[in-house]
Design a binder for this molecule. Structure first.
Ligand SMILES: *Cc1c(COP(=O)(O)O)cnc(C)c1O
Length: 463
């Protein structure tokens, strides 16, 4: 398998060196590829020739020489944890990541979930507080809020951008509101300018869940650097893949020192040394990243920018190609977005334009044509039973008045119809690894969708 990965890397290196024009020019599809653009041919789901049989790029990508050497160096050093040394591999990774984001500090840790929990806790968000959050996210976002004892409050999404709707945030503010937790979901930036305005107006904290948005930008400023804290994930499927891993970034030195102390079993770090009267006066946990993880992170950092450029180019090309297909509504970016990073490529599927073919059948037909896709987040987070589980816990029973823990009442007050429609009917995603392919790969996606649309009646009748 690594052979394939290696050649993928070679491809990116060669092409990114040659620049955008060259990438597109090199990958112009053969004009007469048979079966590809012939919309009328038999759909693969009914036994016809698929648009595509070649495999998609795999993930993660690594270099069998340079990357392995970095990891082996750690192994052979015998120092596998960061300890308190300033010259650790973890510290080097933190420095590089902070620099890439244009922020003064970074703290690496075990994973994205605990980066969120630590940020919330160190900003003193907890029992009795409300945190406004989007329902269209990975469940770890809301798990993190519940872990602190705070109450998630859901503000519905703007279905065109898939992001939390700032207008709906305003409606949800109460005297208990302590923080807003925007999630740059799918690697598309949320409307941080509007969100920061609301936060300033109401004196609220902002913790950005940027766990899918490495190097994304609004007005040339990186996501994760707008709020009081920005949190990232380096889990296996993420663009900066370490297997497991996470980070908090901030320009607030004291905050990061506090997070550092907490993540290192309360051992005072940096500015906390003066604040902590003795060695054992701070709360703590053990959330330290290992030296091997950081070595992989440093290796992955080398590819992140080039891969990000590749995904952005392919996403823009694919968007422009499918924009005119009736019933396919690709994502919209806010006007001030200077870079989206496409952890996923999302669009909305309107079955009315496909003779009422359900999304699930459309996706099966796509898959038969050689184009994998996902329906995205299925279980709606604003009414999931995991909330009830938290409300029934001893801590929640102690921290909140009874009516706030009434699950039915909560569900009633946290309805998000736009999110519901995205989850149950409309959203379709393509994986980030597909965007590491060529322009001709993007053409295959477009051709498959057009073929399915042209054959919608037949497919509906035949499956
Ligand atoms: C991946 C992810 C997380 C959690 O990160 P882990 O490293 O898996 O703990 C949180 N929020 C979002 C939006 C994510 O995609």
């Amino acid at each position: 398998m690594w052979k394939q990965n290696y050649s993928r890397r070679e491809f990116i290196r060669k092409n990114s060196a040659a620049g955008l024009g060259a990438v597109i020019a090199l990958n112009v599809p053969a004009a007469s590829s048979p079966g590809r653009s012939r919309k009328a041919s038999v759909p693969a789901i009914l036994g016809g020739e698929p648009v595509r049989t070649t495999p998609w790029p795999t993930w993660p990508v690594w270099d069998s020489k340079e990357d392995e050497e970095l990891v082996l160096k750690v192994l052979r050093s015998g120092r596998w944890w960061r300890g308190s040394a300033r010259d650790s591999v973890v510290a080097e990774f933190e420095m590089q990541y902070a620099e890439a984001l244009g922020v003064s500090r970074c703290l690496a840790m075990v994973n994205g979930t605990n980066s969120l929990i630590t940020s919330l806790r160190m900003l003193d968000v907890g029992g009795g507080d409300e945190v406004i959050v989007t329902p269209y996210t990975f469940i770890a976002t809301t798990h993190a809020i519940l872990e602190t004892g705070a109450m998630p409050v859901f503000a519905d999404v703007d279905p065109e951008t898939f992001q939390i709707d700032p207008g709906k945030i305003r409606e949800k503010i109460t005297p208990r509101t302590k923080a807003i937790m925007p999630v740059h979901i799918l690697g598309l930036p949320s409307d941080m300018v509007a969100i920061m305005d609301i936060a300033a107006e109401h004196e609220l904290l902002v913790i950005e869940d940027a766990c899918q948005a490495w190097l994304a930008e609004i007005n040339n400023r990186k996501t994760g650097t707008f709020g009081d804290a920005g949190c990232f994930s380096f889990q296996n499927y993420k663009h900066l893949s370490i297997g497991e891993g996470g980070a908090i970034v901030s320009d607030d030195e004291e905050f990061i020192d506090k997070c550092h102390s907490y993540h290192n079993t309360g051992r005072p770090y940096g500015r906390m040394r003066q604040i902590a009267a003795d060695g054992n006066s701070l709360m703590g946990n053990n959330l330290r990243m290992t030296e091997y993880q950081a070595a992989i992170g440093i290796a992955q950092m080398k590819r992140l920018e080039d891969e990000t450029i590749q995904r952005s180019k392919n996403a823009a090309y694919l968007r422009s190609k499918i924009l005119d297909i009736p019933g396919i509504l690709p994502y919209r970016l806010y006007d001030n977005v200077t870079r989206a990073v496409f952890h996923l490529f999302p669009f909305r599927y309107k079955k009315e334009e496909f003779h009422d073919m359900p999304r699930s059948v459309f996706m099966r037909a796509l898959s038969a044509e050689g184009i994998p896709s996902s329906a995205g987040y299925g279980g709606t987070l604003n009414n999931g039973l995991y909330l009830k589980d938290a409300f029934e816990s001893k801590n929640y029973q102690l921290m909140y008045p009874r009516e706030m823990l009434d699950f039915e009442r909560f569900v009633e007050q946290n309805q998000c119809p736009e999110n519901e429609r995205l989850c149950s009917e409309e959203a379709v995603w393509f994986s980030q690894r597909m965007l590491l392919g060529t322009t001709s790969d993007m053409d295959d996606i477009c051709n498959a969708i057009e073929k399915i649309q042209a054959n919608a009646v037949k497919i509906k009748a035949g499956v």
